[in-house]
Ligand binder design. Structure first.
Ligand code: PLP
Length: 285
């Protein structure tokens, strides 16, 4: 695989980053994942806009290469022959060759920029979408700026492992009795035809797929309610689902061992998945 590191395309085995890099020492970096379908990028502008915001919220200088990111994404997709898959991008505060809690001088510290691809043949036809996900609910003990897409992903990884050990696929995170989001996706329920998802705030990541799906839902005259919901409400819902750049719209069929609706993917989730894939493929670049 060819990867991109700080201005250079090179084989993954030759790619290096400093051991003093702030992302390695302090998780001081942000990332984006853009999916690729039929060799084209899905929702690229949305991911780029969120990246810019994440950098700005953390006072990480926007590197000059920012303006070339579309070209770099396309080049990696091309040289690695990606039909269906992902482009992973990470930008970190870099390093001044030492370890210190205080940020290094941004004038003299170049952000680190890394991109690589992952091939996922048949990404849009995942058998998981036919089966739906079984999830568990766990406490949300992450930090208070979940709107920033940092590489500080230890607790979401642990949540995913708790789910796997429980024979499930993923976990929903719960704070003050309300679902925030999934380990790596936004969470929704459907009740009486209404699509319910938590409102945007610093408590959740502002999903790029979430924004697109809610827009398509409204365009299709579906009712959307952005508000808190509890795990109990989710268990009593007609349907549940999650959204993310790599899973698109994915039905949830079981929460903490209890079936949601009839325990199979629901019609609203299925329809939204179809609309999302169709519309975002049309707009892919
Ligand atoms: N919430 C969290 C915590 C995530 O990590 C992600 C994606 O990685 C999402 C939501 C979904 O965001 P997007 O649709 O932009 O992929």
């Amino acid at each position: 695989r060819t990867v991109y590191v700080n201005g250079t395309y090179l084989p993954e085995t030759e790619a290096t980053v400093s051991i003093f890099d702030r992302a390695f020492l302090m998780a001081d970096g942000v990332y984006e994942v853009t999916s690729v379908l039929g060799g084209k990028l899905i929702d690229f502008e949305g991911h780029l806009a969120r990246l810019e915001r994440s950098l700005s919220e953390l006072d990480i200088r926007k590197p000059a290469v920012f303006d070339d990111l579309l070209e770099i994404h396309r080049e990696l997709v091309k040289v690695n022959g990606i039909e269906d898959g992902l482009v992973y991008l990470q930008m970190t505060r870099g390093s001044d060759g030492d370890r210190d809690f205080a940020f290094p001088d941004p004038e003299t510290t170049e952000p680190t920029v890394v991109l690589f691809t992952q091939s996922k043949p048949g990404l849009a036809n995942s058998p998981q979408a036919e089966k739906g996900l079984k999830i568990i609910s766990i406490d949300d003990i992450r930090w208070g700026r979940r709107d920033i897409k940092t590489v500080q992903l230890l607790y979401p990884s642990m949540g995913k492992m708790m789910a796997k050990r429980a024979g499930c696929d993923d976990a929903w995170l719960v704070e003050d009795g309300h679902v925030t989001e999934g380990t790596s996706n936004n969470a929704y329920i459907v009740k009486g035809g209404k699509i319910i998802t938590r409102q945007l705030s610093n408590d959740i990541l502002h999903g790029i797929t979430r924004a697109a799906v809610l827009r398509f839902a409204k365009e299709a005259q579906m009712t959307v309610e952005e508000r808190f919901f509890t795990v109990d409400e989710a268990k009593q819902a007609d349907e549940a689902f999650v959204t993310s750049a790599s899973a698109f719209v994915m039905p949830v069929v079981e929460i903490d061992g209890q079936s949601v609706g009839d325990g199979t993917p629901g019609p609203v989730a299925k329809r939204l998945r179809e609309i999302y894939l169709e519309e975002s493929l049309k707009a892919a670049i």
